[in-house]
Write a protein that binds this ligand. Sequence first.
Ligand SMILES: [Zn+2]
Length: 570
Amino acid sequence: MARHLITSAIPYINGIKHLGNLVGSQLPADLFARYQRARGNEVLFLCATDEHGTPAELAAAKAGKPVADYCAEMWAVQAEIADGFRLSFDHFGRSSSDQNKKLTQHFAGRLADAGLIREVEETQIYSKADGRFLPDRYIEGTCPNCGYESARGDQCDNCTKQLDPTDLINPYSTISGSTDLEERATKHLYLRQTAMRGKLQEWIDSKTDWPILTTSIANKWLNDGDGLQDRGITRDLDWGVPVKKGDEDWPGMEGKVFYVWFDAPIEYIACSQEWVDAGKGDDWQRWWRTDKGAEDVTYTQFMGKDNVPFHTLSFPATILGSGEPWKLVDYIKSFNYLNYDGGQFSTSRGRGVFMDQALEILPADYWRWWLLSHAPESSDSEFTWENFQASVNKDLADVLGNFVSRVTKFCRSKFGEVVPEGGALGETEQALIAELTTRIRAYEDHMAAMEVRKSAQELRAIWVAGNEYLQSAAPWSTFKEDPEKAAAQIRLALNLIRLYAVLSSPFIPDASDTLMAAMQTDDWGWPDDVAGALEALKPGHAFTVPDVTFRKITDDEREDWQNRFAGKRD
Ligand SMILES: [Zn+2]
């Protein structure tokens, strides 16, 4: 039994994610986790919310809540939506957990001991009225470029010019409105990524099986311009992991927290500790420590392309720099972007479909199928309502749903709700078994290689093969001359429904459960031997005709949704 550690990039806490976010990490990770479990492998599948940093503080302030309360509430919202999409995390953790605090402080201590952290004196804006240093986004003022009066310290939203807080005319604190600001010296810690460059390059170069999208981004950051730079790992904020050197205080760093990019990926490990502490597992080290049983673990990470630099360079720098035997990632599956109907998803303009809205209008499987079968792998892809409607109506309703409906209803009318006995398989059936065997082996290869679109295409072809068989075998005609032969055909077709449920479960888990319940079986055995798998349901085995597996999307609905999610016009 192989062992698979699987993590999805952790979504930021402030707000509900859109379908593009979902298909860029959590959903394909879930597909892979479900597939590995279906093959009988041991899986630990982890995800969490990324909770620290300025945007969380700002979102909490906007909601009028303490940031800890805001994060707890949003975690619960995200967890419920993940559940709604049937994302089968073994644990959905939080980067603000005590486990992550301790582990982040531990890594910082190890890196400091290894000489990989340097202290840097900087000047930063301090607000006397607020009694704190202000991050760039907490300072607003008049843009020196266009005169816009609410330009932020990092950028002017009106003319898009990148700014430093000191560029602003009449700057003020967005917390208190105070203009009593001054530049003060403050100390920050930097991770000496420059010292790790050779080691990281060597590691990246050893990953010859990684997608080009992943390695090209890593190499660009390693080598373009001046190459990989040292990076600040601390901030003057209240909300975050307090800066400590392991268990010890860090002189001069009182009141500071680690920068969110440093503690967020460490949560992958901390999440497994949370999993154990929640009573769901009993040993996290055998997944993460190569000296404690993790040497045979295959670790795969899923993420959007914007997250690749952190996962190929920054987080490995932390892991390698610690000098401890932590498990490094074996394979990074990265995705391009999903666009929405001729443009981009926009949170601020309400443009596009967000995860909660999607579940309000259709069950999870409809979305899972479309998103995965159109995953933005080799290039960006685009969601259109026309394509969504066509894909659902054709693949799910006409091909899979219709097959199930015809087979079960015909059997009920001629043989009753049991698998009929009699007859034998002929040449047509043997040809079908041969085709299915070839296709299922190809499906396994694509799934193992995380070729998401190719897997969906192969699965669809497997459904189509059953439909074509039914069309050519035509048991409704056979029945008139040779009821025994029709019985054998229908017996095979009923077994195909179980086979489809097993194979389709990583993509459309709810429909698979429904089909298995209708077939009154709990035999989820993978079809290593296809001919054998098509005899799993024996003559006399009872079943029920399921309700409509997938309904069609009407033109009216499509138009309605198109308008509803088009976004407010500016
Ligand atoms: Zn401006």
